[in-house]
Write a protein that binds this ligand. Structure first.
Ligand code: HEC
Ligand code: HEC
Ligand code: HEC
Length: 221
């Protein structure tokens, strides 16, 4: 016979009272030295295994309809797990209810959005370097100038050294490397200089007052 799980009776909203009784019980017996996070973490796992033991050879149906004595034993083990979790939360100063709520929110998020595709980062400047995309793209520096022809790469790789001297080389003479603003997303468009229109690029530098930082504090803020 299959019995579906029934809604359990309401649980108390907080476990403060239980935790306090546990704390007093342990304090009266001087158990604190044994209740290290390591020992408590192991105890959680051991007691959880004891819950499993009662179901080891059960069929799914049988697991819903344990004999009365078995249910009492399972309840004991569940109590043990909860007490050890409370103790572990206390020694580590973790609010176990808040932890469970946060975890549930994460599970819900990943269930509704589907598993996120992990992002493989290829381009990364060190944390001590300040870099901002829009400052470049809005001034005629195209994606292809720094990332190469990503559209033709089977697997994205780093195309440019991204070293300090590479940044500075362009900052010292940006006109050579600029495109018309409308061309920055077009990975096939050559620089203005390569089109024989360096004058136009120099005019852009002048009109936009392009002055990329060359002093240390410009990139190391
Ligand atoms: C002036 C050089 C430059 C330009 C122009 C530029 N990028 Fe970048 N890009 C970088 C650098 C440097 C990083 C690494 C940034 C970091 O570590 O924060 C980066 C990182 C990225 C990343 C993350 C890469 C990764 O491996 O995780 C993406 C995506 C990206 N850029 C897309 C673009 C696109 C699209 C454009 C054009 C609209 C563009 N970039 C223009 C220099 C540039
Ligand atoms: C191909 C040319 C080019 C390359 C490569 C380049 N830059 Fe720039 N950078 C520019 C231009 C053009 C500007 C815009 C300056 C302006 O508007 O005055 C700029 C502006 C900046 C700014 C000022 C942004 C702001 O918000 O004030 C910083 C910081 C910067 N670049 C850092 C870097 C770093 C770090 C690298 C290397 C990882 C790099 N740049 C590579 C051309 C380049
Ligand atoms: C245009 C941007 C830019 C400017 C200006 C700049 N840096 Fe850097 N710096 C970088 C970048 C990008 C890196 C990281 C290079 C890398 O990862 O290979 C870097 C790395 C460094 C490092 C670490 C080097 C290493 O080998 O680990 C030092 C130190 C440093 N910069 C000092 C300076 C000093 C001093 C100045 C001024 C004279 C300066 N930087 C100006 C962009 C800049």
């Amino acid at each position: 016979m299959t019995t579906t799980p029934t809604a359990a009776s309401p649980l108390p909203d907080n476990l403060d009272d239980l935790r306090e009784r546990l704390r007093r019980f342990c304090a009266e017996r001087d158990w604190a030295p044994y209740h290290t996070p390591k020992n408590l973490a192991m105890s959680v796992a051991i007691e959880a295994a004891e819950i499993m033991e009662h179901f080891q050879w059960c069929t799914a149906d049988e697991s819903y309809s344990l004999p009365r004595e078995k249910r009492v034993e399972v309840a004991n083990e569940i109590g043990d797990v909860l007490l050890y979790l409370l103790g572990l939360g206390r020694t580590l100063d973790i609010d176990i209810i808040a932890a469970a709520r946060d975890k549930l929110a994460l599970i819900r998020e990943s269930a509704t959005t589907g598993k996120p595709v992990p992002w493989v980062q290829v381009h990364k400047v060190p944390d001590y370097v300040y870099f901002n995309h829009s400052a470049h793209v809005n001034r005629g520096v195209s994606c292809v100038e720094c990332h190469g022809k990503v559209n033709e790469m089977e697997v994205v790789r780093q195309d440019q050294p991204q070293s300090m001297s590479w940044c500075l080389d362009c900052h010292r003479a940006p006109a050579q490397r600029l495109r018309r603003p409308g061309d920055v997303f077009n990975l096939d468009s050559p620089t203005l200089a390569a089109q024989g229109k360096l004058d136009e690029a120099i005019a852009l530098v002048h009109n936009w007052k392009v002055k990329p930082p060359q002093s240390c504090s410009g990139c190391h803020r």
